[in-house]
Design a protein around this ligand. Structure first.
Ligand SMILES: [Fe+2]
Length: 386
């Protein structure tokens, strides 16, 4: 095996298992923090998932405020409002409870508490000048992987584009991952988040900057998600929810330290324009882009198919590689992800502009097959007509 030199570090400590949330008070204390802000959306609060966090903080006599102005695809102004609230309360630790939106909002608030200017000023690669206010991440969906990733995705409302902060300094200090938090997740959210996690794993494995370390995580995540997503959507129990939580976090370690690729470039363009759930946007694109990319790495895509449980014994390697496209499409269909045409807001007249936005995405360069706005446009049309 010949390899280019690479460097890798996983900055987040992971505590995994039932009941780990109860240690959040002790974790805040260990950070020498005196005042925390819980960042959680209203749905998570109503589901009762914030209550054990509040109880644990009270037990350790830690004062806290709650910031619940969280929206899907968080905007720059949400982050700015959260940071103003945190400054007023003298917050020195952030506790994100929820999915990617809560965790990305908390990370971005952490940036603004320690850096001047607007959040948009810090979007880009390794621009942060110092550590941010520490974030403890408590995921309550199995998809985003944001609890272990070194980036935050924020929508710039002036440009109507998603911008990324890439920096190990935005990775949470600690992730408290309890699989029982997703037992009561609505099936539509379980499905969309699960496909997001699968997309992370497939793109991490096949992107140009994948490494043996991230491959190991990505393949195991593909296996876990393939085995557990259907059950977690149709009949959630602790076993399949543990499989999904492990799958999404491990996929987070894979793409967080390699990259995503063309599917996310297009899905983020769609999400920046239409505000559709991120996992749904990925699912709309995943089979089409995978079909485009297969030719770039037959071996790896054949491995994806096998890892998803496809019997490829009667196939040649190329057929096995293309079997990954069908397996991914079948998974999206089995968990009832809507098609692009079912979203009336999606207008093909916008595809030219969305293709240019996709091309500008920092992950475009890591797509396994070269892709420009011209190809993205064709892929948008193809995905729309599926
Ligand atoms: Fe994603």
């Amino acid at each position: 095996m010949t390899l280019k030199n690479y460097s890798i570090i996983f900055p987040t400590r992971i505590e995994f298992g039932e009941g780990v949330i109860e240690s959040v008070g002790k974790e805040v204390k260990a950070l020498n923090a005196k005042s925390a802000m819980i960042v959680a959306d209203k749905g998570v609060i109503e589901a009762g998932l914030v209550k054990p966090v509040e109880d644990a903080l009270k037990k350790e006599n830690i004062s806290f405020v709650l910031f619940d102005e969280i929206v899907p695809n968080p905007r720059d102004y949400n982050v700015e409002k959260g940071s103003a609230v945190a400054k007023m309360a003298g917050v020195d630790a952030l506790i994100a409870v929820g999915g990617g939106s809560s965790m990305d909002t908390a990370k971005a608030i952490g940036v603004l508490l320690t850096h001047q200017g607007r959040i948009n000023d810090w979007c880009g690669e390794n621009l942060l000048e110092r550590d941010i206010t520490p974030v403890i991440a408590i995921p309550t969906t199995a998809g985003t992987g944001s609890e272990v990733t070194p980036f935050a995705v924020i929508t710039d409302t002036v440009l109507s584009e998603k911008l990324n902060i890439f920096d190990n300094k935005v990775a949470p200090k600690v992730a408290l991952i309890d699989p029982s938090t997703i037992l009561k997740l609505p099936s539509k959210i379980m499905a969309a988040c699960g496909i997001d996690a699968m997309t992370h794993a497939v793109e991490a494995y096949t992107c140009k900057i994948a490494t043996p370390h991230t491959d190991a995580f990505a393949l195991y995540a593909i296996e876990l998600i393939s085995k557990n997503l259907r059950g977690a959507v149709d009949n959630p129990d602790l076993e399949n929810c543990t499989g999904m939580m492990l799958g999404s976090t491990i996929a987070g370690l894979a793409f967080g330290f390699s990259d995503t690729a063309g599917v996310h470039c297009m899905a983020e363009a769609l999400g920046g324009r239409y505000d559709i759930p991120h996992g749904v946007a990925n699912a709309m694109i995943l089979p089409t882009v995978t079909n485009y990319n297969v030719v770039a790495d037959i071996k790896k895509y054949a491995k994806v198919a096998r890892t998803m449980g496809v019997d490829t014994s009667e196939m040649n390697e190329e057929e096995a590689a293309y079997a990954s496209v069908d397996a991914l499409e079948k998974l999206c269909n089995d968990v009832d992800i809507p098609k692009m045409k079912e979203y009336a807001c999606i207008n093909p007249d916008d595809f030219e502009e969305l293709s240019m936005a996709a091309e500008k995405n920092v992950s475009t360069k890591d797509n396994p097959r070269e892709v420009t706005a011209k190809e993205f446009y064709k892929l948008f049309i193809k995905a729309y007509n599926k």
